[in-house]
Design a protein around this ligand. Structure first.
Ligand SMILES: [Zn+2]
Length: 83
């Protein structure tokens, strides 16, 4: 299962959920800050990142184009890369 990105608006939160392979970033982030945040988390996880974009553990790009705000405590708002 690939890494997914979830926007969260509630604090505190863990930036990474290893069980669900879920990267969480603040919903307030926009534009390139989103990518920077995802890359930072992945780098912390020892996943080498390219000059641009963000890569999953498996080497596939993590897609960040869709902005899906958190609406409730469920996985509905999770963005799957490659979908
Ligand atoms: Zn992957």
């Amino acid at each position: 299962m690939c890494v997914r990105v979830q926007y969260v608006s509630t604090w505190p939160f863990s930036p990474y959920d290893a069980d669900r392979k879920l990267i969480r970033i603040p919903a307030q982030l926009e534009g390139s800050y989103v990518l920077d945040a995802v890359r930072a988390v992945l780098t912390e996880l020892a996943v080498e990142q390219p000059r641009s974009g963000a890569l999953c553990f498996c080497g596939e790009p993590v897609r960040l184009l869709a902005y899906v705000p958190e609406q409730r405590e469920s996985e509905d708002q999770v963005v799957r890369h490659g979908a």
